[in-house]
Design a protein around this ligand. Sequence first.
Ligand code: HXC
Length: 516
Amino acid sequence: MSNERKILELKDKKEKAHLGGGQKSIEKQHQKGKLTARERIDLLLDKGSFEELDMFRTTTHSDFGLADKQIFGDGIITGYGSIDGRLVFVYSFDFTVFGGSLSQVVAEKVVKIQEMAAKNGAPIIGINDSGGARIQEGVDSLAGYTSIFLNNVLYSGVIPQISAVVGPAAGGAVYSPALTDFIFMARNTSFMFLTGPKIVKAVTHEDITADELGGADVHSTKSGITHFTFDDEQSLFQGIRQLMKYLPNNNMEEPAIVPNDDPADRVEEDLNYIVPEHPNKPYDMKGIILNVLDEGKFLEIQEQYAPNIIIGFGDLSGRAVGVVANQPKVLAGVLDSNASTKAARFIRFCDAFNIPIITFEDVPGFMPGTVQEFNGIIRHGAKMLYAYAEATVPKLTVITRKAYGGAFCVMNSKHLRGDMVYAWPTAEIAVMGPEGASEIIYAKEIKSSENPDDKLQEKISEYREKFANPYVAANKGMIDEVIEPKITRYKLIKALEMLRNKRDENPPKKHGNIPL
Ligand code: HXC
């Protein structure tokens, strides 16, 4: 064969590979409101940057008629490219080939990309649209999944791992995304469940649709499985690009510093008045976060799940920071099991990838009651405590109002190695809120009084006057500085500069035993 014909043959094969399961299947995919695996990669990566590997791999199995169904790529497209010029590795399940099911070859292709990403210290993004284990390939498919899971775990905390779920993720297909750092889902087309509606009906007799069982809204509000939810795939892939701006390439690097025009010493008079004078009146902590961060930009994560705590990324003087903040507007910002788990995982991500953590605190304590106690709030709250305690990145705290009890200890206090703990003059720092404390320590006095209600109010006022302020803690060095709210941004930026070369270590160990 002449060279020319050989090149034509290559082009022909590539064209075939580009069609995946064929034009009809592509049309079917579009009719379902979904993009193809290649269209998704194009949306995700910088234009023209994608380099594909293993395009010509086909199934190695022949049972169940597979011998006659050799399709180039075998249901997944893998390779590397760039996002804003930065190297990333990517794999994209092709639903037009056997429903994107995971075969032995598909698994080998993913594993290869995972290993290349780890070796080259670059983030990896998996685009999932899959019917789970390829049934025809039996245990080889299960073994394939397991190899992917193993790599997800080995590279956890080494390179950022991101999952887009843009179709079904059933059975084994859910666990790789679950092991990665962030999951993105699209409304109406994304589903994640271990067992689908039919099996649910057979086992538990529940009648439920795929969307009700494992749609994007379920996972963003009820289970907390997903971190970001979008209305369509186009905005979802833009969302991943946005998130990437805050992440370093790997655990040996820091996120890039991207200077902007927002002055470090910007003063925000409004912050002096944002905390209401009445201690039980709610306000929106996001107002403070947006005022403090560069250009008022904040990428919130798990916005609809456990909204009594806020987590997300922003910049301070061009440097990425992770924000953890109580939200007094929701359940008074109380810490419950879901809020604790949500924050703990985020804190550990930031620590693993050298992202400083800024904590804004206004918390009346942990949520009391049987629901929380029976659900294990002791264990879940301990996760957050553990995460803050072991984190060695720069850790700054701003107490805006309440910091009571165990919640004060947990929310990056000085004794958890908080590097700088600031308090606003509106801060109330004590072992308990004035109401609860007065009822306990003055119980006899109140009971024997002629007018117990008046006595209780008198004691509450006394207690508030004496203890519900930042100065008792400041007097003991538990607060580094009481600051005027309007200069919070400047103070945080100065502290981050001071901590630029912070070195802190934990004792040598194989790994700790976080209360899971
Ligand atoms: C082989 C599969 C497949 C699979 C789908 N297909 N899933 N082929 N193995 N797991 C094929 C279909 O036969 C069909 O082929 C094509 O993909 C498209 O599927 P449709 O059913 O037409 O698409 P849709 O209506 O959109 O439904 C998608 C779906 C459904 C919800 C994913 O296909 C489905 O329920 N699939 C099975 C899901 C499942 O139970 N997976 C196994 C899980 S066990 P044709 O030729 O007709 O186009 C598992 C264990 C691993 O994963 C555990 C590891 C820890």
